[in-house]
Design a protein around this ligand. Structure first.
Ligand code: GLY
Length: 410
């Protein structure tokens, strides 16, 4: 019953957001000064991704893994997270070239096709980008490209020109929810930049760039911490207020929100070349790193009372590490690039030494434990989740192969 209630609450949360770590090999977690990512350790992490993903494939059928409860995947019909499953399979194909991974990736990508015309779904970009766009880049299959472009045109219907941002919550045009924007939705912009590049139609990129500027002006506080949610004036795009949802409070910093910002503004810089996004990505990364606990994996909110052992959010750690590795690849100054690469390496080392599900009692599913989906509703706390696993795989591949780009080009 508790599982059912939790599932219901998470389903509600997913509709709204559309969008203590066990230590398998040591206890307590190893602190940063004992951690260094080596090729051997990274390959150990990658081998565990391979094993764990094959195990997950045995049980998913036509469904998608979302997050675990008591070490067991909650399976669903894709929600906001389905693209991550397909994306992990595509990354494994990109890394290994094996037909096995391509066939699985194609299967779970095509299961997402039904979203392409749904303008009431604000998550069609993050469903489409790691699946159809990445799949097209790796295979050249025109049918995949066409679905991705259809989804991008559908998403353009959610763009509010007067405000300069995409409607995040609610059905298309829902007047009650028109002004709310979450930092998580920066992740949708990649798909729009991809559509602009594919079609030569700059309106996709202009809308994405404008959304990123609105988000930067509103979500990012003066000290480069962040709000998860802001309310904007749909007529002008100006900020009315900032507040929290999945974090501890309105003025705290939800760790995954900060990670969405690091990853999202790094990608916005990559796609636009606008130095304002680069500066924001660097400063948000610095803030994140300065506030990490000793083992380099954040608690689920950065403003939890000190001196207590709170649950972590390993997915915020893997997402931030993936973002910082991309950031390092975009920086001209070798010393700065080294700084972010090493910082990301420490997070990845801790995730690999302290947070893999490998060897834990009960053989929990998923790659990383220690993720927290939504603390306030009791949803998937200190568990695995598919986005945390996705960013862990992405970050490992970026670290191991500095030329590795998710888009398949370097
Ligand atoms: N709202 C998406 C997330 O939980 O990060």
């Amino acid at each position: 019953m508790k599982r059912l209630t939790t599932l219901l609450l998470l389903t509600l949360a997913a509709a709204l957001f559309s969008c203590g770590a066990p230590t398998p090999e040591s206890s307590p977690p190893k602190p940063a000064d004992e951690l260094q990512l080596t090729k051997k350790l990274a390959l150990r992490g990658l081998a565990w991704v391979d094993t764990s993903l094959r195990r997950t494939l045995e049980i998913t059928g036509e469904k998608f893994p979302i997050s675990t409860e008591d070490g067991v995947w909650e399976l669903g019909h894709d929600g906001w997270t389905g693209g991550y499953y397909a994306g992990m399979l595509w990354m494994m194909y990109q890394h290994t070239g094996k037909k096995f991974w391509r066939e699985k990736a194609e299967k779970y990508t095509w299961l997402l096709e039904r979203h392409k015309d749904d303008a009431d779904n604000s998550d069609i970009c993050i469903l489409s980008w790691p699946s159809f766009d990445l799949g097209y880049t790796l295979t050249g299959d025109e049918a995949l490209r066409q679905v991705g472009l259809t989804a991008a045109r559908t998403m353009m219907r959610r763009y509010i020109p007067s405000g300069g941002y995409f409607q995040n919550w609610g059905r298309l045009g829902d007047r009650e929810q028109l002004g709310f924007v979450i930092i998580d939705c920066l992740i949708n912009l990649d798909h729009m930049f991809w559509a602009a590049e594919q079609t030569g139609d700059s309106s996709f990129a202009q809308a994405a760039s404008s959304h990123a500027h609105r988000s930067r002006a509103a979500h990012v506080r003066d000290d480069f911490s962040s709000y998860q949610v802001v309310e904007l004036n749909p007529q002008t795009g100006e900020m009315i207020r900032g507040f929290g949802k999945q974090g501890l409070g309105d003025e705290t910093t939800w760790s995954r929100g900060q990670a969405w910002g690091i990853y999202g503004f790094t990608r916005a810089y990559r796609n636009t070349g606008d130095p304002a996004f680069l500066e924001t990505a660097k400063k948000m990364s610095d803030w994140f790193l300065e506030h990490l606990p000793g083992d380099q994996v954040p608690y689920w909110d950065f403003d939890l009372p000190p001196g207590e052992d709170h649950p972590r959010d390993s997915s915020a750690g893997s997402m931030a590490a993936a973002g910082m590795l991309e950031l390092a690849g975009l920086l001209d100054d070798p010393a700065e690039a080294k700084h972010y690469r090493e910082a990301a390496g420490k997070i990845l080392a801790s995730l690999t030494v302290n947070y893999l599900t490998r060897g834990l009692p009960g053989a929990p599913q998923g790659v990383l434990t220690g993720g927290t989906y939504f603390f306030a509703v009791g949803g998937s706390i200190d568990q695995a989740n598919i986005w945390g696993d996705f960013y862990y795989l992405e970050a490992l591949l970026r670290w191991l192969e500095p030329g590795f780009w998710l888009e398949g080009r370097s």
